[in-house]
Write a protein that binds this ligand. Structure first.
Ligand SMILES: [Zn+2]
Ligand SMILES: [Zn+2]
Length: 321
């Protein structure tokens, strides 16, 4: 146990030092290898586009909940990693390696990509990671327990780039664990993520931004604001009770698996979900909402068991458009 505690402390201390080096450019790595300032520059870029050429012209420059989302951006990207995730994940990874080793498994790489060209590696990494995340996103909508946490992201009422990183920290755990386990099969290292990560942040900001450009047939490959707006629609078609347009960076998977749905330009559609009116509005309450929602799910299960009704009823109340 002492070993895991040391790993936790080292992971925590290592990340705190790393973050400070990022902010002050005092690290040893190249100056352009800097998550903190990329996030600042990409965010500033989309804020400027929203102000110069807004899609919804009547939306305020600092739209409803902008500052809440601004806080979420830095919380999810840095503070959560700083306080918990980075240190805890080092422990989990080491425990996982130890568990596998106790079964005699010391070699987890199924497909070794390290001898491929860098471009091919990054492209593969990007596609595989996005595909895994697309499935996770579907599960977040499909599994009632996970949907309680994913509601935080869907509680956005007015869309803007910063809404991209409004999500419950549980999502970080679910996404990162799944992606890590799959990436381990390919032998990808964490450093490989940098450019892919920066690119996905830029696309994610754009998907949520109050800014739109016509990308022509590229829309069948890349996710875009038009498509993602419908993902956030309050009213969901009856034949898609668990939602549509689950793409993260790529729209490709939704077209391939028949989960795409863009009936018309969704510029002014109502956003949210049934029951959203009573959803907590502050960060603190949203952070604990999913856990109290679990109790509600258990209660609904009891109703189902007694009356034969469907569990998690509020998820299934669907209004036709
Ligand atoms: Zn979603
Ligand atoms: Zn979204």
């Amino acid at each position: 146990m002492g070993k895991y505690f040391d790993i936790f402390i080292n992971g925590y201390a290592g990340y705190a030092g790393y973050l400070w080096q990022e902010i002050t450019f005092s690290g040893e790595g190249p100056w352009w290898h800097n998550y903190f300032w990329y996030l600042v520059v990409i965010s500033g870029f989309f804020l400027a586009l929203e102000w110069l050429k807004p899609w919804r012209k009547d939306q305020l420059r600092f739209r409803k909940d902008f500052w809440l989302d601004f806080f979420y951006m830095f919380f999810n990207f840095f503070i959560f990693s700083l306080i918990i995730y980075n240190a805890a994940s080092d422990v989990v990874v080491n425990m996982w390696i130890d568990v596998l080793a106790s079964f005699g498994i010391t070699h987890t790489i199924a497909i070794r990509v390290s001898n491929w060209s860098l471009g091919l590696q990054l492209l593969t990494l990007f596609f595989v990671k996005d595909f895994v995340e697309w499935w996770i996103h579907r599960l977040l909508h499909r599994v009632p327990f996970l949907w309680e946490f994913h509601k935080v992201h869907h509680s956005v009422e007015q869309m803007g780039f910063a809404a991209h990183l409004r999500y419950h920290w549980m999502e970080t755990l679910v996404y990162k664990t799944a992606v890590y386990l799959v990436m381990a099969l390919f032998g990808f290292g964490i450093d490989d993520f940098f450019f892919v990560h920066i690119f996905t942040i830029a696309i994610g900001h754009w998907n949520h931004a109050n800014f739109r450009v016509n990308i022509g047939p590229l829309k069948y490959i890349l996710n875009n604001p038009n498509m993602h707006m419908w993902h956030h629609a309050y009213d969901i078609p009856r034949d898609r009770p668990y939602g549509m347009n689950f793409g993260i960076s790529l729209s490709l998977w939704d077209y391939l698996f028949g989960t795409s749905h863009i009936p018309y330009d969704g510029r002014d559609i109502r956003l949210g979900f049934p029951g959203f009116e009573t959803f907590p509005k502050t960060f603190k309450k949203q952070a604990v909402y999913g856990f109290s929602g679990l109790k509600k799910l258990r209660f609904n299960k009891i109703i189902k068991d007694n009356d034969g009704k469907v569990a998690n009823k509020d998820k299934l109340v669907i209004k036709s458009k």
